[in-house]
Every structure is written in structure tokens, then in C-alpha cells.
Design a protein around this ligand. Structure first.
Ligand code: C2G
Length: 134
């Protein structure tokens, strides 16, 4: 039973997120997503459109996700890997190298990001349309 863990805000879920989750799940049998809390998003200077509970409900509906846990700070990854017995830590390669300290505890894999899609871009587009509709 190979367990995979990944972290993120996962706001306004899009195919880039799904592409990451799909590949992460394919590396093992069980995928844990540590989902950034609204408070941690503030620390990351990210304002999500959906609340933690809403983002959690959306992720739990995703076929690739087995468990969603809260991500409250930058310091919890080592204890998470130990607590949830993760064999593999996965992130998009915009984080390449940033979490190599976890190599002492599990396999660390950075996967290529899906180009040309982001929650920020989607939100900007929708905002523009709303203004256009007045
Ligand atoms: N991602 C991707 N392709 C995109 C957008 C995102 O592969 N076009 C990946 C990111 O690399 C990340 C995951 O999807 O692995 C979630 O993206 P975000 O919600 O933007 O996560 P982030 O804010 O980078 O949070 O402790 C780690 C942080 O919580 C990571």
C-alpha cells in the first residue's frame, strides 16, 4: 500500500489541478491532500474564492483523492509524512527543490505543471466578464 501526499490551495479547481492529482495518485494506491486552510492562505498571500470547507468538499468529490487534511503552516510536512506514513511527497515543479528536506523521510517527486491554466487567471477572466455584464 503506497501512500502519496501533496499540498495546495486548490481554489477554483481546474484541469491543471486534476492533472496533478491524477499523476500523484498513479504513483501509489492512496492519495492524501493537505489542503491550505483559509488562515494559511493568508500567510501565503493567497485569497481563495472558496472557503476551506468548500474546497475540501470539491476535492473529496475527486476520484483521485482518498483523504483531505488541513494544511495550517509551513512546518507540518515532516510530521504529516510520519503521521500519515506517506511513502511519496509530490508537488508541481514550480516548487522544484523547495521540499528536498523531506528526502530523509520519503520519496520527493516534482511533476511538471500543466501550462496556461491557473485559478488566478480564471478568476480574473470571470471578474472581467462580470464587469462587462455590469
Ligand atoms: N498545479 C499544476 N499546474 C497548474 C496549477 C497548479 O500542476 N497549472 C499544481 C501545483 O504545482 C501544486 C498543486 O497543483 O502542486 C496545487 O496548486 P496550488 O493550489 O496553487 O498550490 P500552492 O498554492 O502552490 O500550495 O505547502 C505547499 C503549498 O500549500 C502549495
Amino acid at each position: 500500500m503506497k501512500r502519496v501526499i501533496t499540498y495546495g490551495t486548490y481554489d477554483v479547481l481546474h484541469y491543471g489541478h486534476i492533472n496533478l492529482l491524477k499523476r500523484a495518485k498513479a504513483l501509489g494506491d492512496y492519495l492524501i491532500v493537505a489542503l491550505s486552510s483559509d488562515e494559511f492562505n493568508a500567510i501565503k498571500n493567497k485569497k481563495s474564492y472558496y472557503t476551506y470547507e468548500q474546497r475540501k468538499a470539491i476535492l473529496e468529490a475527486c476520484r483521485y483523492v482518498d483523504l483531505v487534511i488541513p494544511e495550517n503552516d509551513w512546518e507540518q510536512k515532516i510530521s504529516d509524512v510520519q503521521k500519515y506514513q506517506a511513502d511519496i511527497f509530490v508537488m508541481g515543479d514550480d516548487w522544484e527543490g523547495k521540499f528536498d528536506f523531506l528526502k530523509d523521510y520519503c520519496e520527493v517527486i516534482y511533476l511538471p505543471r500543466t501550462p496556461d491554466v491557473s485559478s488566478t487567471q480564471t478568476k480574473k477572466y470571470l471578474k472581467g466578464n462580470k464587469n462587462a455584464q455590469g
